[in-house]
Write a protein that binds this ligand. Structure first.
Ligand code: ZN
Length: 114
């Protein structure tokens, strides 16, 4: 049910943005969902239609970009690509790292019909 709450929060943000400029509907929505954000895009798409029915997002065209996961090792500063949140540094094998990208879950842009 994680994806449902994400869809709901996207909707709330979109509604607020539409209200702000007194627009009508969202024509296009650009989402950024990182590869290691834990969000299942297929699950999100699955709940999307029923969630967005009769809302400003009902007819919106969805664009999703999925930034790759990158981390910086806390031990040796090596930057590396990660496909899972618990991947270790390939250089020194340390599990301690700072995630640089890949965890985003945000609306990048909305195109609102006025
Ligand atoms: Zn390292």
């Amino acid at each position: 049910m994680h994806e449902l709450s994400i869809a709901t929060s996207i909707l709330k943000t979109a509604e607020a943005e539409v209200a702000k400029i007194k627009g009508n509907n969202v024509e296009e929505i650009f989402l950024e969902i990182g590869k290691i954000s834990g969000v299942e895009i297929t699950s999100l798409e699955f709940v999307w239609d029923s969630c967005m029915k009769n809302t400003v997002l009902e007819k919106a065209k969805i664009h999703i970009t999925e930034p790759e996961g990158f981390a910086r090792c806390a031990e040796c500063n090596h930057e590396f690509k990660i496909s899972k949140i618990y991947d270790s540094c390939p250089k020194c094998n340390s599990p301690f790292k700072e995630i640089i990208t890949g965890q985003e879950m945000k609306i990048k842009k909305l195109i609102i019909e006025s």
